[in-house]
Write a protein that binds this ligand. Structure first.
Ligand code: SF4
Length: 383
């Protein structure tokens, strides 16, 4: 064990607010100064047999046990990319990027892709510059959204450029229409398995809101295809008066399709919705009522999937655990940057909720009671 080196894929990084960290596959691990100094020795060319300090040796052995470093008798310098780099901006855990405003669908609620498709996208050169800027800031993970991301002609070229810059493609938001076997092949050929977040607005209801016949079947096929091939999936569902009656059935169908998580949110009464579906939006109170009605069904059906009702509650697959969302809680976690189709940057806290309604304690207590009662009723048999 003359030389120690960082295992491949591990990188030493620092940001203005977190100067000592280790990065692996887009995940950041904070280090103590001592741990950091120990890992600095793992450059593949420093002779660690000369180390005297037992604490450093013990730390090294611990890192080896975790697979973070490996030992060798032969000097071999670690990759340039693995060496320490300090960014002068705060840490950014994720960047979500609307890479296009164009879409092959014409959803009733979508203000982005208006019927005349007026919302467009930045040029290839501009998009490349955005990726350069992300890399300069040390962004680790990228979520691609639209419009429909796959309609961008240079989609793969942008993916390849981001990968070349060491940015992980973490998640892709899509309507699923273009998520074919050959698209999955292309991801696999690049050695990446992003999560696909597919829009799905209810069994026998989806096509109505999406404006495309066959959209529902296409989304379900895409979800199943991903599941079979080992890609993680999640679903975003807009709840409104016209689909709340099929919520239970929809959750069941999505669980069968291997979906990992559903995010439900009340649809907003925006200009497009007013024009094409006015009267179908729920009031905040109706939304809360719908969630309260659904909670016992979720438990009775076996808690088959993680589900979150934006601004109200999140319930976790299998365990019966739940977390009531206090709208006043700005939450912890890290800030996420969103880059719009024109390149404008918006900083958003992951845990700030979209709902306009802040529930009072009495209303939140109703949610807690509903979860607690359902959990007690439907999970005691297996305990
Ligand atoms: S699929 Fe998404 S981006 Fe496309 S029109 Fe519908 S809501 Fe808008």
């Amino acid at each position: 064990m003359k030389y120690s080196m960082l295992s491949s894929q591990y990188k030493l990084r620092g940001w203005a607010d977190d100067p000592y960290t280790l990065v692996h596959d887009g995940e950041m691990m904070k280090l103590s100064k001592d741990e950091f100094d120990t890992l600095l020795l793992c450059d593949g060319i420093t002779d660690i047999e000369k180390l005297q300090d037992q604490k450093t040796i013990d730390t090294l052995l611990l890192f080896r046990k975790k697979g973070i470093v490996c030992f060798s008798q032969i000097p071999e310098e670690i990759d340039r990319e693995q060496r320490y780099f300090l960014y002068d901006n705060p840490y950014i855990c994720d960047v979500s990027w609307t890479i296009t405003g164009r879409c092959n669908f014409r959803c009733r609620h979508c203000e982005l892709n208006t019927p005349d498709a007026a919302m467009n996208e930045m040029t290839h050169e501009e998009a490349v510059r955005v990726i350069d800027r992300m890399a300069e800031c040390g962004a680790q993970r990228l979520h691609l959204a639209g419009g429909e991301p796959f309609v961008r002609e240079d989609f793969w070229s942008l993916v390849d450029y981001a990968l070349e810059k060491g940015i992980k493609i973490e998640k892709i938001h899509t309507n699923g229409w273009m998520l074919t076997e050959s698209v999955l092949d292309k991801f696999e050929r690049r050695g990446i398995k992003p999560e696909f977040c597919v829009s799905f607005d209810g069994v026998d209801r989806h096509d109505w809101i999406r404006g495309i016949k066959g959209a529902e079947q296409a989304a379900l096929n895409a979800l199943k295809r991903c599941y079979i091939r080992g890609f993680r999936t999640s679903v975003e569902m807009n709840l409104h008066r016209g689909n709340v009656d099929v919520l239970r059935e929809t959750v069941d169908v999505l669980a069968d399709a291997g979906v990992g998580k559903i995010l439900c949110r009340e649809i907003k009464d925006n200009d497009m919705w007013k024009r094409y579906a006015a009267g179908n939006e729920m009031t905040a109170e109706e939304y809360l009522e719908a969630v309260l009605r659904y909670i016992p069904a979720y438990y009775a059906d076996g808690m088959r999937i993680d589900i979150r009702f934006d601004g109200i509650v999140e319930m976790y697959k299998g365990s019966g655990e739940y977390s009531v969302i206090d709208g006043n809680d700005e939450g912890g976690g890290c800030a996420e940057r969103h880059i719009g189709r024109d390149g404008e940057i918006v900083l958003q806290k992951r845990t700030v909720y979209n709902t306009e309604k802040m529930w009072n304690e009495k209303e939140l207590q109703k949610v807690r009671n509903a979860c607690a009662e359902a959990k007690k009723r439907f999970t005691t048999h297996s305990a």
